[in-house]
Design a protein around this ligand. Sequence first.
Ligand code: BG6
Length: 487
Amino acid sequence: MTESSATFLLFGATGDLARRMIFPSLYNLLSDGLLPDDFLIVASGRSEMDDDAFRDDVDAALHQFLSPDRYDPQVAATFRTIICYQPVEAGNAAQFAALADRIDGRLERGLSVYLSTPPSLFAPTAQGLADAGLITPKTRIAMEKPIGKDLASSKQVNDGIGALFAEDQIFRVDHYLGKETVQNLLALRFGNLMFEPLWNATGIDHVQITVGETVGLEGRVSYYDGVGALRDMVQNHMLQILSIIAMEPPARMDPTSVRDEKVKALRSLRPMTAETVKTHSVRGQYTPGAVGGQIVTGYADELGQPSTTETFVAIKAHIDNWRWQGVPFYLRTGKRMPARQSEIMIQFKPVRHSIFGRDGHGSGLESNTLVIRLQPEEYIRLTIMSKRPGLERQVHLEEVALDVSLTAAFAGQRRRIAYERLILDLLAGDATLFVRRDEVEAQWAFIDSIIDGWKEANMKPAPYSSGNWGPSSAIALIERDGASWHD
Ligand code: BG6
């Protein structure tokens, strides 16, 4: 690892992500004394604005998005002094030159560039940086998803950036990797002896990954329509979670070891076909309904026209390698679900032989489950079988939960915004929690097979009323296999 970048250059600084996440995260890092000395944030966007107007905007964003107990006027005053603003449009050489003036004399101490702009601007922005002399071996570049809309376009984006930066200077952001709970999967699997021996086709029946959201389009029509849940959530966040659950143990917690193992798992995903999408995937789109007691409109109404974009997707994936042969991974995610709830459920196999009657029949014997709740609560819950107290002749078993509430166990520690971890790692040059090019491409290869299958099979989204876990076919997808979703 190298020394931390002394300058952070943010493109898309007036955008929603910057206001909600990036500035509050930088503020928190400053407040905790984690930013390097003489740190400078150079913010840039298309709007014409001077430094002070922009600082006022950032201050308003802090008020809006930080929890009130975190806002300290003194820290906020210092924060203002380390921010400046430079209007820049892609392709405007004079503005890039002005940007370079702002950073003059600082490049030697490292520059971390963060692209929070539409991907069509990634390559032109990188070119602008190159022409202005801002790319040195000490420059790093981070980019937000989406990286392309399929494998071919993601290659174009990666080629565009890759022409100007070496792979170890490129940091592809998947904010789920910044979440404590997702990192905790590594701790759970590789920091404990008891799970790993069972973590394979011998011990595990199937895996479920659910990311449920209650929100709808939230004014993101222009981005979301035509993209849909598969590209928006599965291609990145859910496949990253899957790769961490499925990967072989890496030799070390370093960028190469971890990402080598993740990419192997991603490359083992069995591609779908026009035949298999019919039984292994479900597309849905929300219609009017109620979420949390509130009446909400349907997707097409929000959009103002009919659409074939899916707002819900469920898939049954297979990982064709030695460890996971025959173990389905069921994934589902959607907007306007009954609850904001993200979790992983590992369903273990039954005990090999029941001593409590035939197949445990009548005794209450169930297979163990491990639930890792990622949000909103953070806990790990293992259900184990226990004897119900009593003098009955036949033993009655009941599921008892071994519960670890991480929120309670680490009550003294502030839960951090995922971006705090990621920005700190970017500044420090640690790419472990960023996505490597080969991972993105393996993810797209799998997603492309589903999208191609949908097209060929002419599979359109099925309607579901808002406030439900997708169309009924999503229930059938798993129940055909004798299992059911963990709600
Ligand atoms: C983003 C998606 O990447 O993740 C959004 O584009 C989604 O559609 C969001 O709402 C979910 O993130 P989180 O952290 O709220 O689970």
